[in-house]
Design a binder for this molecule. Structure first.
Ligand code: HEC
Ligand code: HEC
Length: 195
């Protein structure tokens, strides 16, 4: 009981911090030029534009502030995926903002809510009930994301191979069954699309 209370407080504190980052996130999005981003997506399309590539994340509808932060994390080596590190290093910050502006649309229209597994209740504090209306632009949209990618990423946070101070503790106590159920739930919600 005590542990879950302190987790709740933790979540509320984190959510508050993200809310403060809101203004900065919007400013970032406004600086990107979607048309300029689109012109440079030829290589991206070979992976991200393919529905069949099940462990390549869908980008259509992703939050621009999260998108840019993810690319910088590849550049800095915080995110270690070898291909994406090489991809990310090829671009300037302005290019990253342009890509982010291009991939920000479209987000599939919301459908009626569906009850998730019990373990999904705490996710809503940051990702929103359906995983599409995150509390801050720094939190990724996960609704509609590919099920294999979601499963893989949650295992990586749990195992510590994907490093993130907020998400690692969220995934630490999930069982394999929890992870499978969470991935199915969020992948099944309307949101991100292959673009
Ligand atoms: C060879 C395939 C490939 C190419 C080409 C590629 N990507 Fe990726 N991308 C991936 C994979 C796989 C991941 C997931 C990596 C991981 O687990 O961190 C990824 C992750 C990302 C992410 C993080 C998404 C998230 O939800 O966290 C962004 C943003 C991204 N790619 C943008 C791009 C852009 C922009 C381009 C083109 C300039 C590009 N990628 C080219 C395979 C590719
Ligand atoms: C306190 C806020 C918070 C809570 C609660 C939270 N998340 Fe997250 N989540 C984040 C943030 C911030 C990131 C971005 C982390 C990064 O850049 O690696 C993230 C990233 C993710 C990603 C990676 C998305 C991508 O595109 O790579 C997945 C999947 C995810 N969360 C699922 C969940 C699930 C499932 C739960 C509930 C069990 C949950 N999160 C609870 C804040 C939260």
């Amino acid at each position: 009981m005590k542990a879950s209370t302190s987790r709740c407080i933790d979540i509320v504190l984190h959510a508050g911090m993200f809310a403060l980052a809101l203004t900065a996130g919007h400013a970032l999005a406004a600086e990107g030029d979607p048309a300029a981003g689109k012109r440079k997506t030829v290589t991206c399309n070979g992976c991200h534009g393919q529905t069949a590539m099940k462990s390549v994340p869908s980008l259509g509808g992703q939050s621009p502030a999260y998108f840019v932060a993810a690319m910088i994390a590849y550049q800095d080596g915080v995110r270690t995926h070898a291909t994406m590190r090489d991809v990310a290093k090829a671009w300037s910050l302005q290019d990253l903002k342009n890509f982010a502006a291009w991939y920000a649309e479209p987000l599939a229209p919301a459908t009626e809510g569906a009850a998730g597994p019990r373990s999904s209740e705490r996710c809503a504090a940051c990702h929103g009930a359906d995983g599409r209306d995150a509390v801050s632009p720094d939190v990724p949209r996960i609704a509609g994301q590919k099920v294999n990618y979601l499963e893989q990423v949650l295992r990586e946070y749990r195992g510590g191979t994907r490093v993130h101070a907020v998400m690692q503790p969220q995934a630490a106590d999930l069982t394999d069954d929890d992870i499978a159920a969470l991935a199915r739930h969020f992948a099944g919600r309307a949101g991100l699309q292959v673009k």
